[in-house]
Design a protein around this ligand. Structure first.
Ligand code: HEM
Length: 144
């Protein structure tokens, strides 16, 4: 019994120490796992750089206020990934109205985002989570 008691106490300590850490990891939002505000900003800045240099689609952004677009994209990703922001921009239909974007334009945009996220070292698993936020918006963006 004398040796059993310290063992039991040690086991209890280990269990207590590990349980909350597991819970925290499980509850971390995508926003937190992307690195919070700095992480989201890095993704948006790299994405805008890639889109800007992409001859296939950069014509669409010719007369866009890029500082404004940057701010709205940061807000949008922050809000959609569980961060402490709310999106103050137009609906996706409104924002892309009159552009007549095709599925191919959308795919090019996604390709640029993937290249950007890879560049700023977002893991492949997290990239999938970010893309899962954008994929469902395709019908609101294409053909408007
Ligand atoms: C899911 C994919 C997309 C998301 C989440 C998205 C998001 C946004 C957001 C938040 C804005 C700003 C809205 C506002 O001004 O109130 C915006 C504007 C804009 N988007 Fe997208 N976008 C997507 C796809 C695309 C694609 C594929 C293109 C072109 C290839 C594009 C071109 C533009 C342009 C040119 C503007 C600026 C419009 C203006 O200057 O008035 N977007 N987008």
């Amino acid at each position: 019994m004398k040796t059993l008691l310290p063992c039991l106490l040690a086991l209890l300590l280990v269990a207590c120490a590990s349980a909350p850490r597991q819970a925290v990891v499980k509850n971390d939002t995508l926003y937190q796992r992307l690195g919070g505000a700095a992480g989201v900003e890095a993704v948006v800045d790299a994405s805008l750089r890639h889109v800007h240099g992409d001859l296939r689609i950069n014509i669409f952004f010719e007369s866009t206020d890029l500082a404004d677009l940057r701010r709205l994209l940061i807000e949008q990703i922050c809000a959609a990934s569980g961060g402490p922001c709310s999106y103050s921009g137009r609906s996706m239909e409104e924002a892309h109205s009159g552009m007549n974007l095709t599925d191919q334009d959308f795919d090019f945009f996604v390709e640029d985002m993937i290249a950007a996220m890879t560049e700023v070292k977002v893991s492949a698993a997290l990239q999938q989570e970010v893309l899962a936020l954008f994929g469902p918006m395709r019908p609101q963006v294409v053909g408007q």
